[in-house]
Design a protein around this ligand. Structure first.
Ligand SMILES: Nc1ncnc2c1ncn2[C@@H]1O[C@H](COP(=O)(O)OP(=O)(O)OP(=O)(O)O)[C@@H](O)[C@H]1O
Length: 324
């Protein structure tokens, strides 16, 4: 478990990036920090592995105060994946993945064998092993970034907008891949994004942040979607817009669920609720709340993948241990 206990961060220029933030993140689950630019997401993430030191408060990992741990050792046992992969341009894929294990004095043959294994784990063809990052697509680079984050077999994986700079289709693939991986690996993942659809798709728990790292709402996607804590949250998750603004329409004796864009989102089962309802990003069935999709849903002509926002944010300077 990762525990933030009254954490604040004021940067030397006076910016209060995080103001008295307390939260417990359960082990072996994905917690997503989502919020608009400048809400403190990255600062919170980087305080976990001491890339940023808090001004006050404590962060505990399994009851151990990270302030008591050597920062370099700490960083080498926590995986870190960021936007633009952070790969070293002059090193091959294999070398990039094996870098931190080698720094941890894992024997070379073992580190390379493990790197090859990880390429397979993240769905990278072995033929890419000796390529340089510039010879890979953005999506492939991100897969290498994830493999590198997993290379030391960390219990904790920090992911800072890892899929922010790839196109929507590849992004979707990477998201699905992460969910598949997580089923196998069961890491404690802290994932930062500004994309609410991504947050609801990936997060077992979602923390919606407002400026200064203020928690606007924390809960499961279902809890947030079914009961936004404030107008700010409702607005942020777009509860009244687009695909989440659902209404019911009778057609040929069936009750269709129609989203705000006019698309058929599904067909209601006989015993389900009436009136407007909200659903999630559509990535996990449990986010569909009370709605039962009939067999017709699969045939609905407008079933589409959730929209994704792939607007890049400024981040990601390639380094090994202390990116950015
Ligand atoms: N090194 C720094 N020095 C001064 N201010 C900083 C520094 N790093 C971040 N900040 C400020 O702290 C606040 C929170 O920044 P942070 O990067 O954590 O936000 P974020 O939610 O991750 O934003 P984004 O989505 O744009 O990455 C912002 O106002 C930012 O300008």
């Amino acid at each position: 478990m990762i525990e933030f206990d009254g954490i604040s961060k004021r940067f030397p220029d006076g910016t209060l990036a995080v103001d008295n933030f307390s939260l417990r993140l359960p082990s072996r689950e994905i917690t997503v920090f989502v919020g608009s630019s400048g809400s403190g997401k990255t600062t919170l993430l980087r305080m976990i592995n001491r890339m940023v030191e808090p001004t006050s408060g404590r962060i505990l990992i399994d009851d151990e105060d990270v302030a008591q741990l050597n920062p370099v050792t700490l960083r080498r046992r926590i995986g870190y994946v960021m936007q633009n992969s952070g790969l070293l341009p002059h090193r091959t894929v294999l070398q990039n993945i094996a870098t931190v294990p080698l720094l941890n004095r894992v024997p070379r043959a073992e580190a390379v064998a493990r790197a090859r294994e990880l390429m397979d784990t993240v769905g990278l063809d072995a033929a890419f092993a000796n390529r340089y990052p510039a010879e890979l697509s953005g999506g492939q680079q991100q897969r290498v970034g994830v493999a590198r984050g997993l290379a030391v077999n960390p219990n904790i994986l920090l992911m800072d907008e890892p899929f922010g700079a790839v196109d929507p289709i590849v992004r979707r693939e990477l998201q699905e891949e992460l969910l598949r991986l997580q089923q196998e690996l069961a890491k404690t993942i802290v994932f930062v994004t500004h994309d609410i659809d991504e947050a609801f798709l990936l997060g077992d728990h979602v923390t919606i942040l407002a400026r200064g790292g203020q928690i606007a709402q924390h809960g499961t996607p279902d809890e947030i979607l079914s009961n936004p804590a404030s107008e700010f949250v409702a607005d942020f998750i777009g509860a009244d817009r687009g695909r989440r603004a659902l209404t019911l329409r009778e057609s040929n004796g069936r009750t269709l669920v129609v989203d705000g864009t006019g698309r058929i989102a599904g067909v209601l089962g006989a015993e389900t609720a009436t009136g407007p309802v909200s659903v999630g990003a559509g990535g996990r069935d449990e986010h569909l709340g009370e709605i039962t999709l009939g067999t017709e849903a699969a045939e609905a002509p407008h079933e589409v993948a959730p929209a994704v926002n792939d607007a890049p944010t400024a981040s990601g300077v390639p380094e090994v241990d202390t990116p950015r």
